[in-house]
Structure formats: structure tokens, C-alpha cells
Design a protein around this ligand. Structure first.
Ligand code: NBP
Length: 477
């Protein structure tokens, strides 16, 4: 038998992806560096479909029909290069290596260029949805050549998640590293969403004075409205969970130091390089890093500040409604920033990414899946050249309606000493974009003063310099 697809790297993700292909009727060759994993897969799940177990790289490659489609699901970084080094010499022009790991898009660009020289298609592919998604339908973001997508697309469409309207959550994002770039920004947006939800929770706890179980109910209610999403849904689950050992709310027995694997940090690093203000995503990454500085936090605990005093029952209920508005408005801003980064990456690398399609394939399967994404899709479909999501009439109207509450929530947070860096960064971004004049004019004056960096004028063309150390007359630069 020859297999239509092969998966090497059979930890949680690879194993589930291989099963997903098999369950959809494909014959799947499976391989792993440590052969015990391959045997375990076939023993446990062999009944789900057609698997061809391969012990060696040669057996694996020989099992695949041509052109070969070889999915690599190993730990991102050096292991990926090691696997490419092992398999590429066994492949022929026209064959495809699909890297489904969380690779940095710059690595993907390098690998794609190297393999293209040898006629091999390297398809850097973002896959989101965790272990459950890999098995039952992830959101899939393939980059690489158009030609490779013509061959792979139908298979990926089959195993992917489907949006509510039935559309498969997969599209050819763009050439070389476009898929991994978009997956990176997806994860950055995920960080921002999680941070905003965390801030909403903390405000409901400290300012409204609600217990986790009650807050879980509020999230459940929100999940029936415009915030309907996977992350809001699981937030309610986590908040209502009670620790069996202590009988206390689970959220109260978990150490409050958030960890991260790096894709959020990459999103911010690349945004800095591209000059894209992703302040909300940056605050989310910094909030995780701050939470991890245990010694610094312990040393700072005695610093002066207000102690939150919870509102009375009627005020608390009104406040909870305001928090929903603040959360929704801040969410619009973080998606605005994330899509700006995708647009900027697309421009920088000549990828021609269709932003509406990106929103469409995030509607199902991935961690940020939400009803909201269909509205973003609609906004870009209506106007593909939309300068920013905030310029979409519907979103602008919703923020207009939310902004008073958004501001009030931040007043309460500030007054009561509850940190809300995500809400605050989002509002500052919104107000900065709205502003008629920014203090950047003063910045330019300072730069010209100390470094003769020159400035432009509002009333005339050209660059100018003021002779600050002399008679302060202006000269053309
Ligand atoms: P891991 O990221 O834990 O990687 C384990 C796999 O890599 C095993 O199959 C291991 O083989 C193999 N491997 C390593 Br480590 N070094 C190797 C080498 N030098 N040569 C060959 N194989 C090597 O697995 P995972 O959590 O299933 O994730 C796989 C990929 O999917 C990662 O890139 C990850 O970032 C990405 N991803 C994960 C998730 C998720 O929710 N976990 C979601 C989306 C994407 P062995 O069995 O012989 O040690």
C-alpha cells in the first residue's frame, strides 16, 4: 500500500493529526525518532483507519505515494532542521515537506529557500487548536507555494475544523513563511484575549466583590452574547471548578505566575521590527513576565496604594455590565492591532495576504475561535483595503457605544488600585488614533534641539532645523 500522507513526530500533536487523516479515509504512514511511539500509535488506534508504520526514514519515504507529502510534527527549532536534514536527501523534486510545528517564520523562510533550490516544496504550516483540535479539526494556516497547496489543500480542508457556515478553516495564506507568521500573530492575539479576560475577572472580583463561582456565571452569560468564544467558555469552566483537595475555588489554589512558550513574545518582537504598535499584545506578554518575578513582587508588596473596597450589590451589577463593554472594546482594539501586524508583514514580505480569509479560518478550530471573527471577515470582505478595523462602521459604532463604560471601568480600576494594563493600553491606542494633535510634535522639537534631527512643518513642504544654540532662527535642512 502506498500512503497519501506521512506524519513524522508522533507526540500529542503528530499522533492526533495522523489519526485525523486516517479517520478521514487517508492512508497514513507514521514515523517517529523513537520507534516505540510509532508502535504504540498503531497498537492503540490502528483500528481507526489505514496506518503504515515505518521504523526507519527510508521505510517511511518508500511508503509514500508521489509526489510525497510528509508532515513534520516535531519540537520547533533544531529538531526541525535535524528532521529536514534526515529526510530531504531521500526526497525527489516535487515532493512536499509540511512543517506543522510552531516554527519562527524567519526559519521557515530560510528552510523554504534552501529546499526550493532542490525542487522540494517546504510548506510552513501554522496549526492551532491544541491536541483536541489536531484530532477533531484544527484551524490550519499553510504557507509555501501555490503548487503545493493545489496538492495538499483538499486533504487539509477535509481534516480541518469547519466554521458555522460549513467553510473549512484552512486557506493558502501566502508564500514561504506567511502561514507561520499568521499563526504567530494568532497566538499574540490569544495572549491579549487571555489578558483582557483576566483583567475583567480581577475587576469583578476586587471591585464588584464577586466570588469565582458568581463570576463564572457572568462569563457564561457573556458567552451567549457578542463575546461568544472558546476562551470565554473555558474561562467559565475554570472559574467554576472547585479544588477537590481543599474545597476552595480552583483559581485560588493555582500559583499566579503565568508561563509562556514564546509565540506571544515573537509577535511583539516582530511588531517592533515592523514598527507596528501592538501595545495590547505587548502588555499581555509583559503581564505574564511580571507575574513570574516572584522576588520582585514579594519585595514590592508593602508599597502604598488603595485597598479595593467592593461595591454594594446594585452598583456591582451595573459595574459588571460596564466591564463587559470595556472587555469588548479592548478586544476590538487588540484584533485591530493584530491585523495591522499581519498587513504589515504581508507588505514587507510581499505575501498578498487576504485579511478577510485569515479572519474566516480563525472562526473555528483555533484557540481564539469566536463569533466575533465572522464580523471581522465581513468587514474585510466589504472593504479589502480597510485601513484598520476601527474604520469599519460597525466596530466604530460599537466602540462609540462602549467608550463611556470603558473609561469608567478604568477610573474604578485606577482609584481602587487594580491593575488593568490591557484595558488601559487599548484605550490609550484608541484615544491616540482619534487625537487631532499628538505630543509627537514636541518630541520632534526635542530631537531637533539635542541632535539636529530636523522636523517638518504643518504649513510648508520640506525639512527644517532651528539654530537652538544660536539665534533660534529656522533654516532649511
Ligand atoms: P513536542 O514539541 O513535545 O515534540 C516532541 C516530538 O519531537 C517527539 O516526536 C520527538 O521524538 C520529536 N523530536 C525531538 Br524533541 N527532537 C527530535 C530530533 N532531533 N529528531 C527527530 N525528532 C525529534 O511535541 P508536540 O507537543 O506534539 O508538538 C509538536 C509541534 O507542534 C511543536 O512544534 C509544537 O510547537 C507544535 N504545536 C503544539 C501544540 C500543542 O498544543 N501542543 C499546538 C500547536 C502547535 P521522540 O519521541 O523520539 O522524542
Amino acid at each position: 500500500t502506498s500512503a497519501q500522507i506521512g506524519v513524522t513526530g508522533l507526540a500529542v500533536m503528530g499522533r492526533n493529526l495522523a489519526r485525523n487523516f486516517a479517520r478521514n479515509g487517508y492512508t497514513v504512514a507514521v514515523h517517529n525518532r523513537t520507534a516505540a511511539r510509532t508502535r504504540a500509535l498503531v497498537e492503540e488506534f490502528g483500528g481507526e483507519g489505514e496506518f503504515v508504520a515505518a521504523e526507519t526514514a527510508e521505510e517511511f519515504v518508500a511508503a509514500l505515494e508521489r509526489p510525497r507529502r510528509l508532515v513534520v510534527m516535531v519540537k520547533a527549532g533544531e529538531p526541525t532542521d535535524a528532521v529536514i536534514g534526515e529526510f530531504a536527501p531521500l526526497l525527489e523534486p516535487g515532493d512536499m515537506i509540511i512543517d506543522g510545528g510552531n516554527a519562527h517564520f524567519a526559519d521557515t523562510r530560510r528552510r523554504e529557500a534552501e529546499l526550493r533550490e532542490r525542487g522540494i516544496h517546504f510548506v510552513g504550516t501554522g496549526i492551532s487548536g491544541g491536541e483536541e483540535g489536531a484530532l477533531n479539526g484544527p484551524s490550519i494556516m499553510p504557507g509555501g507555494s501555490k503548487e503545493s497547496y493545489a496538492s495538499l489543500g483538499p486533504m487539509l480542508e477535509k481534516i480541518s475544523a469547519k466554521a458555522a457556515d460549513g467553510t473549512p478553516c484552512v486557506t493558502h495564506v501566502g508564500p514561504d513563511g506567511a502561514g507561520h507568521f499568521v499563526k504567530m500573530v494568532h497566538n499574540g492575539i490569544e495572549y491579549a484575549d487571555m489578558q483582557l479576560i483576566g483583567e475583567a475577572y480581577q475587576l469583578l472580583r476586587d471591585v464588584a466583590g464577586y466570588e469565582p463561582a458568581r463570576i463564572a456565571e457572568i462569563f457564561r452569560t457573556w458567552n451567549t452574547g457578542r463575546l461568544d468564544s472558546y476562551l470565554i467558555e473555558i474561562t467559565a469552566e475554570v472559574l467554576s471548578h472547585v479544588d477537590a483537595a481543599t474545597g476552595r475555588p480552583f483559581v485560588d489554589v493555582v500559583t499566579d505566575r503565568a508561563e509562556q512558550k514564546g509565540t506571544g513574545r515573537w509577535t511583539v518582537q516582530i511588531a517592533l521590527d515592523l514598527g507596528v504598535p501592538v501595545s495590547g499584545i505587548a502588555e499581555a506578554v509583559f503581564a505574564r513576565s511580571l507575574s513570574g518575578h516572584a522576588a520582585l513582587r514579594a519585595a514590592s508588596r508593602g508599597l502604598a496604594g488603595p485597598t479595593p473596597s467592593p461595591l454594594d450589590e446594585a452598583e456591582a451589577a451595573a459595574f459588571a455590565d460596564r466591564v463587559e463593554q470595556a472587555l469588548y472594546a479592548s478586544k476590538i482594539v487588540s484584533y485591530t492591532q493584530g491585523f495591522h501586524e499581519v498587513a504589515a508583514g504581508s507588505e514587507e514580505y510581499g505575501w498578498s495576504i487576504d485579511l478577510g480569509r485569515v479572519a474566516a479560518i480563525w472562526r473555528g478550530g483555533c484557540i481564539i475561535r469566536a463569533a466575533f471573527l465572522d464580523r471581522i471577515r465581513a468587514a474585510y470582505d466589504a472593504r479589502p483595503d480597510l485601513p484598520s478595523l476601527l474604520s469599519d462602521e460597525t466596530f466604530a459604532r460599537e466602540i462609540a457605544a462602549a467608550q463611556d463604560d470603558w473609561r469608567e471601568v478604568l477610573v474604578a480600576a485606577t482609584r481602587q488600585g487594580v491593575p488593568a494594563p490591557g484595558f488601559a493600553a487599548a484605550l490609550a491606542y484608541y484615544d491616540a488614533l482619534r487625537a487631532e494633535r499628538l505630543p509627537a510634535a514636541l518630541t520632534q522639537g526635542q530631537r531637533d534641539f539635542f541632535g539636529a534631527h530636523t522636523y517638518r512643518r504643518t504649513d510648508r513642504e520640506g525639512s527644517f532645523h532651528t539654530l537652538w544654540g544660536g539665534d533660534r532662527s529656522e533654516v532649511p535642512a
